[in-house]
Design a protein around this ligand. Structure first.
Ligand SMILES: [Zn+2]
Length: 105
């Protein structure tokens, strides 16, 4: 598959499907250059209002893989384990940093 076809395919995915694909695609990659460290990619989203600074949050996937595919990324919360700010399509999501379940209000 060439790049333009891959991009066209990625653009057919919903936000939930794209986030799930991203995390499956990078699951075996280690981003650390030091052998004693373990690192991994995370997906982030940036958003802002006019004349306001950018907000950058990590994007998590629903803890329940059967959650609907076409829901917008409208839930936000803080992981109680690693304190990352996580946004997702579902109230119950998996933290992309530490893997803990994150519950939003
Ligand atoms: Zn976490």
């Amino acid at each position: 598959m060439d790049e333009s076809r891959a991009i066209a395919w990625l653009n057919t995915l919903t936000d939930k499907q794209f986030a799930e694909f991203f995390y499956r695609a990078v699951a075996d990659r280690n981003t650390s250059d030091l052998p004693e460290w373990n690192g991994h990619f995370v997906l982030a989203g940036a958003q802002k209002l006019p004349d306001e600074p950018w907000d950058i949050d990590l994007i998590g996937v629903p803890a329940n893989a059967d959650f609907v595919d076409d829901h917008p990324i409208c839930q936000s919360g803080t992981c109680m384990t690693c304190e990352s700010t996580v946004r997702s399509v579902a109230k119950n999501a998996r933290c992309p940093v530490c893997g803990a379940d994150v519950y939003r209000t």
